[in-house]
Structures are given as C-alpha cells and as structure tokens.
Design a protein around this ligand. Structure first.
Ligand code: ATP
Ligand code: MG
Length: 747
C-alpha cells in the first residue's frame, strides 16, 4: 500500500484541515448527498497536478478554495497533501526518488498562483508530472473515476480512448520520455541550425584569414630564402670589398713613392732649367768684354800703324839722311777723304752683294791714289826733316805701349773667351734640364695615370660599399635583423676572390627579384593576423565540433525515439491483448456470458483537416506525406442472448457494467498504486452489486482502493470507512466510522 493518506485544508467544503488515512487496501467514504465526498475525489485530482478546472467542477482557482459561510470566513488558499510510502514492505518502490515517504503538496492562492511541493521543497508542475509518470499515476486520471464518469472510456473519442489505455498501461512514461526526447531533438536541431549559422557567419572571415595566413607563410618562406641568399651575398660582398680595398692600397704604394720621387726630381730639374734660362750679368759682362777687346784691338792697330810709319820714316831717314820732305795736308782735305771713304764703306756695308763690296774697295783705292798723287806733287816743296834718333825714341816709346796694349788684349781676350765658354756651358745645362723636365713630367703623368686609375677603382669600390650597406639595411628591414650575422656564413676567401664578379651580380639580381615579391606580400610580421586566425580557427573548430556533437546527440535522440516508438508499439499491442483477456473475463462475469474486446485500428486522415489536430496524439506521417495514420481503439461488445452489438444500443446499467468490466480489466493488467472510484457502483442492482464487490475485493489485491459509495455491499468490503457530514456551517467534516455507523451516515 502506497497511499498513506490525504489532507485537505481550505479545499472546497473542507474549510478546516481534514485528514484521511488509508490503512486498509479498501477505504470507503460515505456520507449524505452534498456532504463533500466528491470534493475528496477532486482533492486527489488537484494534488496530482490536474490542470482542468472543469474536471474539478470549477472555473478558476478560487472555486477550489473554501468559499466561506456565516461561521467561517473564506479561505485565501486551498491546499491538499498526499502522503505516499515509497518503500512499502513486499512491494517495489513507487517513486524514482530516494525518500521513504513522499509528500506531494499543491497549494492554490486567490490570485491563481499554484505552488507544488515534494517533501516540502517547491518544485515545478513538470517535476510532479514526471515523478507521477514514473509511478504509473498518469495525467489522464484513469485511476480517479469521477462520479458519473465511469463510462468515460466508452464515450471518449477514439484518440482519447487510446491515450487513456496507454496511460493505464503505464506507457505514459515512455510517451513522456519520447516527448522529452522529441523536445530535446527539436532543441538540438535548433542548436545545430544556430551553431551552423554561426559557423556560416564566420566562414568568410576564416577563409579570408586563412588566405592571409597562407600568404604570410609563403612570405615567410620567401623571407627565409631571401635571408639565406642575403647572408651569402653579404658575406661574399664583404670579402670582396675588404680584399679589393687592400688590393688598391697595396697597388698604390709603389706609384705613390714614385710620384713623390718624381716630384722631387722635377723640382730640381725645374730649378736647373730656370737657372739656365734666366738672363743675368753674364750678357752685359760679355758685351763689355767684347767692346773692350775691340777698343784694345783698334788701339793696338793704331799703334802698329804708327810704329810702321815710324819704321818707314826711320828707314827713309837712314837711306836719305839729308833730305827730308814733308808735305802739309790741310785738315779739311783729310776730313773730306775720311768722309768719302766712310760713305763708300757704308754703301758696301749696306749692300749684301760681294760685287758691291768689291766696287767699294775699288772706289776707296781710287780715292786714296788720287789723294796721294795730289799731295806727292805739291809736297815736295816743303821740307821737314827730323833726326833718326828722335824717331827711334818715338818708336821705342810706341813699342812699349804696343806691348802693353798687346798684353791687355791678350788678357781681355782670355776673359772674353772664358765668359763665352761659361755661357756655352750654361746653355748645355739648360738643354739637359729641359730634357729632364720633359722626361720626368712624362713619367709623372704616367704614374699619375696609374694613381688616377686606382682612385677610380676606389671610387667604384666606395660605390660598391655604399650599395653593400644599403643592401644590408634594406635586407635587414625586409628579412629581419638576423641577416646581419652573415659573418658566420662559411665561405672560403679564395673561392670568393676567384669567382667572376658576374656571379655575384647574378646573385644580386636574384635577391632583388625575391625582395620585390616579399614587398608585394607586405611588411610586418603578421603576428596579429596569425593570432586572429588562430582564435577564429579555434572558434570555428569548436563550432564544428559542437555541430558534430549536436548531430551525434540528435542521432542518439532519434535512435532513442525510434526505440521508444518500438517499445510503445510492442507494449501497447501486448497491453491491449492482456486487457482484452481481462475485459472478456469481467464482461462475461458481469453479464453471465457474451464477448467484449478492444480493437486497435489504424485510420488514415487528411493532414491538418481534423480540428483535433491541436491535441496531437501518436500520429505518424504516411509515406506520401499528405496523410496521417491515426491509431484508434474500438470497443466491441456482444451481450449474451441478445442480438445487440455496439455500445450505442446498451442500457444505462449495461453501459455501466461494460465500463466497470473495462475499468477493472485495465486495472488488472497494469495496476495503478491506487484507484479512486466515486460512486462507480451507483447504477448497479443488488445482484450486480454483489458481483461488483467481489471484483473489487479481487482488485484490491493489486491496487489500493478508495471507494466513495452509498452502496451497502461496497461498504461491507471496506477495511476503513470515513463518514463525511456537513452541518449548517457548510463545512465538511470527517469521521472515522464502523460499518453499521457508515450505513447510518450514508443515509
Ligand atoms: P453526492 O452524494 O450527492 O454526490 P457529495 O457528498 O459528493 O454528494 P459534493 O459534491 O462532494 O457532495 O459536495 C458538494 C458540496 O460541496 C456542495 O453542497 C457545495 O456547496 C460544497 N462546495 C463545493 N465547493 C465549495 C466551496 N468552494 N466552498 C464551500 N463549499 C463548497
Ligand atoms: Mg458526489
């Protein structure tokens, strides 16, 4: 026995706290009409989560609360508590929670708010429904048969009927699980769609970043290549520059010294040349010597002539000692002669022709002959004699003078000659110096040419060096500063020096090409892009995994649903079979024969044409998709000794008996923990009442029964009886009664 008791407080006519405890498998509730018995049945519905006010004979929450009377004011809350034994001795556990005793409570307030509690803890209605589903206390309330509604199964629509039977068969829990799975599946599908759309949203970004990253990687590869090439290039270039600079320096040494020497020599040669070519006193000296020499010479000639004349006079005087003739010549005549001679000489001098000179001589001779002749004629008259001694003395005087002059001439000629020699010598020196200057200058310009060549080489080298530096800086900026460690590149010096320069230029061109490509990819390390890509990629992968996970769980759910469908179908089929067996049994028992059965059928109906579509049942789409297949249940009865078939033709009593047969059959197959029957026996005659009470007794072995009744037979089988009374205060009161009292109370 699971149900221990129920407590009503402010619920309908039970204004005060009223408690019923069900210590016996069969509890009877008796009392006069209108005393509040059916309110107890409704209290069961209420506490188990009933949402339909109609099935509790109300319109709103308020209707369930004690409405008040003269003696007691209305209640502001109505509450019902049902207490269950979760682990009764010899029975399986009822609820799927670990409490020995489970108290389910529901409270409704005036504002319509409901509170649900399990063991005093507030829970959601859903939790109650779930808890009860596990305990085969379904929401269709097949275990609470309200007054006058015993034939609810008979009058229900085929779909309601099926649902009630499913509920009674304890399939609700599977339905519930299926619904739950379907809900989860829907939710999962939504999530999949959501996550997929998120992925789709970021996809272009991922693609874009991926391309960027690929570009970066490519650029990184190129950069690496560039780095390698640059390092080798720089190393080679540096070796080349160092070597070339040294080479130029060493080549310069010799010509430099040579140049210095040549410059020195040149200076000297120039000095010599200058000295030789500069006009100085020598010129005047030699002119003076020349003049002096000619004066001395004419003096000597004069003296010689005088001496000659004296010698002539002396020799004449010695031959002609007595006679001495002397002719006087006027000065004017002598002057005239001298003038004539001079003119002739001038003429001769002026003319270059030798004939003219000869002519001059002839003229002078003629002049002299005529002059001598003239005075030879006239002079004879005048006699002038001088003594020989006097002449001799005169001559010896002249001789002395002559000798002096001769000496002087000799000396002067020597000096003159010396001067002349000196001048000649200096002229020679000048020529030599000139040659030297020429030679040195030539040599010097040759050496200068060599040095100029080296200077050009140096200039070129400097240019190479500048380019080297530029390459280094540019390279470092483009490929990273670690290229500056190019010195560690291992290349043999000889290899570099022996290599043709074009090879290195080729390298340079290759480097330039790569540089351009690296530049095309743009600068920057791309760390940001990489980081962003990683993030976005991770997110994308996360989402991808999420989709996969969700799809997997959707698969699992679909499988679960299929399994549940299968289970439901099998259990339903098996359950209906079992019910049919019992139905037949009870029907035959009550009617003394006849046949009764449930018939499961499937009917097709157009999709969305049935107004019942709102309360969807177990409908599956048929293959063409436009029709739905609905599972329904028919009740087939055939009474003994009567030709009637079909429910419509049954009498009220027959209908009640059929209902009871079905109700009991269902309860037998899958006994609910308890069953509340509100005057199900009302329409039975005495014979049937007996049969009924026997059946109830039998059923009580499997299910705890709470029977609201006026029926004596029924009362007689109850282990516990409660009497409900209502006084003038309008409040229902409970009292535990004995069978005899009960019969009394019921009246
Ligand atoms: P019967 O044997 O005729 O079936 P019963 O014992 O089942 O009668 P109930 O239907 O349970 O009687 O009780 C009905 C009584 O409960 C009515 O008299 C009604 O006035 C009273 N009642 C119903 N709701 C309230 C309420 N909210 N407050 C006070 N009294 C109420
Ligand atoms: Mg009643």
């Amino acid at each position: 026995m699971y149900l221990k008791g129920i407590e009503l407080s402010g619920f309908k006519s039970f204004a005060k706290k009223s408690e019923l405890s069900f210590a016996s498998p069969i509890a009877g509730i008796v009392g006069p009409n209108g005393s509040g018995k059916s309110n107890i049945a409704e209290a069961f519905r209420f506490v188990l989560g009933e949402q339909s006010f109609k099935s509790m004979r109300g319109k709103r929450g308020e209707d369930l609360m004690w409405g008040g009377s003269q003696s007691a004011p209305r209640a502001n809350r109505a509450s019902v508590k049902a207490t269950f034994n979760n682990f009764p001795v010899g029975e399986s556990r009822l609820f799927d929670i670990d409490f020995d005793e489970v108290v389910i409570e529901r409270v409704v307030y005036r504002d319509g708010i409901n509170d649900y509690l399990i063991n005093g803890t507030r829970v959601r209605l859903k939790d109650i429904v779930e808890l009860l589903a596990h305990a085969n206390i379904g929401s269709t309330g097949h275990h609470i048969i309200s007054q006058g509604e015993a034939d609810v199964l008979l009058s229900a629509s085929i779909r309601e009927r099926r649902e009630m039977i499913e509920d009674a068969l304890g399939l609700k829990i599977f339905q519930y699980k299926k619904k739950e799975s379907q809900r989860k599946l829907e939710h999962t599908a939504e999530n999949v769609a959501h996550v997929a759309s998120l992925r789709k949203e970021i996809a272009p970004h991922v693609r874009f970043l991926k391309k960027q990253v690929e570009k970066l990687e490519k650029s990184e590869r190129l950069r690496g290549e560039l780095k390698k090439l640059l390092r080798e290039y720089l190393k080679r270039e540096e070796l080349y520059i160092t070597y070339t600079r040294k080479d130029i320096e060493s080549k310069r040494e010799k010509p430099r010294t040579a140049l210095l020497q040549l410059e020195n020599e040149l200076k000297k040669a120039r000095a010599v040349l200058e000295k030789a070519t500069t006009p100085n006193n020598r010129g005047k000296e030699i002119l003076d010597a020349e003049k002096k020499l000619s004066l001395i010479r004419s003096e000597r000639e004069e003296l010689s002539r005088e001496i000659g004349r004296l010698e002539g006079q002396i020799s004449f005087a010695e031959k002609h000692p007595t006679r001495s003739r002397e002719v006087g010549i006027p000065l004017s005549d002598a002057r005239a002669l001298a003038g004539d001679i001079e003119r002739a000489l001038d003429e001769a001098e002026r003319s270059a022709a030798i004939s003219a000179v000869k002519e001059g001589f002839k003229k002078i001779r003629t002049l002299l002959v005529s002059f001598i002749h003239k005075y030879s004629q006239e002079g004879t008259s005048r006699e002038d004699t001088a003594p020989v001694e006097k002449l001799k003395a005169e001559k010896s005087g002249l001789d002395v003078r002559f000798r002096d002059v001769e000496e002087k001439e000799k000396e002067t000629a020597r000096v003159y000659k010396k001067l002349q020699e000196e001048i000649e010598l200096s002229k020679d020196e000048g020529r030599d110096a000139e040659r030297d200057v020429f030679r040195i200058t030539t040599e010097k310009s040759k050496v200068e040419g060599v040095l100029d060549g080296l200077l050009r080489d140096e200039k070129i080298l400097r240019h190479v060096e500048e380019e080297f530096r530029r390459d280094m800086e540019e390279g470092a900026a483009l490929a990273g500063r670690d290229i500056l460690g190019y010195s560690s590149v291992g290349i043999a010096n000889e290899e570099v020096l022996q290599e043709a320069r074009e090879k290195q230029e080729e390298r340079r061109r290759a480097i330039e090409k790569i540089k351009i490509r690296v530049e095309e990819f743009g600068g920057g390390s791309g760390d940001d892009v990489l980081k962003e890509y990683q993030e976005v990629h991770e997110r994308d992968q996360f989402l991808e995994k999420e989709v996969a996970d969700l799809e997997r769980s959707a698969e699992t759910l679909k499988r679960l649903i299929a399994e549940l469908d299968e289970k439901l179908a099998v259990k339903f089929e098996e359950g209906v079979k079992k019910i049919n067996k019992e139905f037949q049994h009870f029907f035959a028992l009550l009617f003394g024969g006849g046949t009764a059965s449930l018939k499961v059928f499937e009917q097709k109906k157009e999709k969305h044409t049935d107004f019942e579509i709102e309360e969807q049942g177990d409908e599956t789409l048929s293959e063409n998709g436009n029709e739905e297949v609905e599972t329904g249940i028919d009740i087939l009865v055939s009474l003994p000794r009567k030709k009637i078939k079909g429910l419509q033709m049954l009498s009220g009593g027959e209908r009640a008996l059929t209902s009871i047969a079905l109700l009991f059959a269902m309860s037998q197959v899958n006994p609910p923990p308890f069953l509340v029957l509100d005057e199900t026996d009302a329409a039975l005659d005495e014979a049937n009442s007996r049969k009924y009470s026997a059946m109830v007794k039998d059923l009580a072995k499997k299910t705890q029964l709470i029977l609201i009744t006026h029926n004596r037979e029924t009362m007689s089988i109850a282990g516990v009886l409660y009497g409900v009374t209502m006084g003038s205060d309008g409040m229902s009161k409970l009292l535990s009664v004995k069978f005899e009292e009960a019969v009394q109370v019921a009246k």
